[in-house]
Ligand binder design. Structure first.
Ligand SMILES: [Zn+2]
Length: 158
């Protein structure tokens, strides 16, 4: 019986692994599609802005065009932020992240950026908690940090 239990265990682990991998690929594909859609939207807005700038050049009343151009620019800001988020999600799926300083793609668990050397910390602390489960050296640091957090939270409450 024991042997069959073991086989079942291995099989379910393998299944879990494959399912996780498939899920990652699906999420990756979906994100890439969304990012491409957003990039097309931005391209389209660039065209509109270019056209509006030219129409403004010809027009007697330029005021209407200023507003049109500003709105399109704001729309680009909004979509760009979305793309940035989607890109970070994509990196997270691949166990990577962006350095907040130089935007280089680096290992998610890296303590220092391999490009600019900037220390990587606070902003990823929460995400790292379930991520560093099997790394004991990082665990100690993570626990220390959460305890510090708790301490500061406690003092805030009092
Ligand atoms: Zn960097």
């Amino acid at each position: 019986m024991e042997i069959f239990d073991k086989i079942g265990e291995v099989a379910s682990q393998t299944y879990k692994y494959t399912a996780e991998k498939a899920d990652k690929i699906a999420r990756e594909t979906k994100l890439k599609m969304k990012m491409n859609e957003n990039k097309s939207k931005i391209e389209h807005l660039y065209n509109e802005i270019g056209e509006a700038v030219y129409r403004r050049h010809i027009a007697a009343d330029k005021k209407n065009y200023d507003e049109e151009i500003e709105n399109a620019c704001e729309e680009i800001d909004k979509i760009s932020k979305e793309v940035e988020q989607q890109y970070n999600e994509l990196l997270a799926i691949k166990d990577r992240k962006q350095c907040p300083n130089c935007h280089e793609k680096i290992e998610k668990e890296a303590k220092y950026c391999s490009n600019c050397g900037m220390e990587q910390n606070q902003d990823v602390k929460e995400e790292q908690e379930d991520y560093t489960e099997n790394e004991e050296s990082n665990d100690a640091i993570a626990t220390e940090a959460t305890e510090e957090e708790k301490a500061s939270n406690d003092s805030n409450e009092v």
